[in-house]
Ligand binder design. Structure first.
Ligand code: 13P
Length: 338
């Protein structure tokens, strides 16, 4: 029963025409996002902002699951219902970020490794009790001259698989997130080579460590030019290279691939997702966006209680457009507001 239930949750997370909201910014990251709109990061304001997103009317039409940060999983709506319970009762699967961020990887200058494996088994059991049904761990692969090394990829893949195996033991579906960063001047070809090597290593480790591929969701980067590349590849080149890379490296047993936005603009992230869904693929191709779903909502909110509904409107607008992209029915003209 346990295995079947995990598989059911994994499929629900990538349900047709829906995607995942990543609202799991760590304390440091949310401070940065709030600073960009001139808002101080206090617990009360974080609560207010995240409550606006999670309780946006009708969001379950477009959103299958939400990744929460530890603080939010322990919080409730203003009328006292724990957020995890509130989401579940609206048909949205609650999840939790469980990694503890990155640090420099000894022996591999320029590369990072994600921390948080120590004590993870106990934390996962607690998160399960608190109502989480899936978890997320983000590994970061930097691209630079002679970076990443095979050792950096292998260390990150190993940690991702250890995390994923622990999640399934604790009845949580793991989101496996190996993010090849967009930072830098590298070409699309270089991103493809690094993403390819990373996914190859990640799936080898997942299989070696006994992770059930049917009961996980992959959250990769798209194959895309570096943000500062002199000539950036077109949207159709991004979609083509991304699909080629996924087809080569992601087993069909995985129910879905939920891409991160990784610094793409909201429009770019939607357009790319729409193009990815123009062709048939063995897995659901959807979104698990943080910035690309939240940027306009954050701007509209600006820390003001009177902008609560405006923030919700902006969030729902992007959620709907991405839902259309994942269903293969988004058109450029949909972006025009009536
Ligand atoms: P972005 O979509 O902003 O990259 O965030 C997704 C995420 O969860 C990163 O870990």
């Amino acid at each position: 029963m346990r295995k079947q239930e995990l598989e059911r949750v994994a499929r629900a997370m990538v349900a047709e025409g829906k995607g995942i909201l990543a609202a799991d910014e760590s304390a440091g990251t949310i401070r940065k996002r709030f600073a960009a709109i001139g808002v101080e990061s206090t617990e009360a304001l974080r609560h207010r902002y995240r409550e606006a997103l999670l309780t946006a009317p009708g969001m379950a039409e477009y959103i299958s699951g939400v990744i929460l940060f530890d603080e939010t999983l322990r919080q409730s709506t203003h009328d006292g219902q724990p957020f995890a319970e509130w989401l579940q009762s609206h048909g949205v699967v609650p999840g939790i970020k469980v990694d503890r961020g990155t640090t420099t990887l000894a022996g591999c200058p320029g590369s990072r490794i994600t921390e948080g494996l120590d004590g993870l088994r106990e934390r996962l059991y607690e998160y399960q009790q608190l109502g989480a049904r899936f978890a997320k761990w983000r590994a970061v692969i930097d691209i630079d001259k002679d970076v990443p090394t095979a050792a950096a990829i292998s260390a990150n893949a190993h940690a991702l698989a250890r995390y994923a195996a622990l999640c399934q033991e604790a009845d949580l579906v793991p989101i496996v997130e190996p993010e090849v960063l967009m930072d830098g001047t590298h070409s699309l070809q270089r991103c493809e080579a690094v993403t390819d090597a990373t996914l190859l290593a990640v799936f080898a480790e997942l299989v070696a460590q006994g992770v059930a591929l049917e009961a996980m969701v992959l959250k990769p980067n798209m194959v895309i030019s570096g943000a500062e590349a002199p000539e950036r590849a077109s949207a159709s080149e991004v979609a083509e290279a991304t699909l080629r890379c996924m087809r080569r490296r992601v087993p069909a047993a995985v129910p879905g691939i939920a891409f991160l936005s990784g610094g793409q603009s909201p429009l770019e992230a939607t357009r790319h997702l729409a193009l990815l869904n123009h062709e048939r693929a063995p897995w659901r191709l959807t979104f698990s966006y943080g910035r690309a779903l939240q940027e306009p909502a954050l701007q509209a909110w600006a820390g003001k209680a009177s902008h609560h509904e405006a923030a919700q409107r902006e969030f729902l607008w992007r959620a709907r457009l991405n839902a259309r992209a994942t269903a293969g029915i988004w058109r450029e003209s949909d972006e025009v507001r009536q």
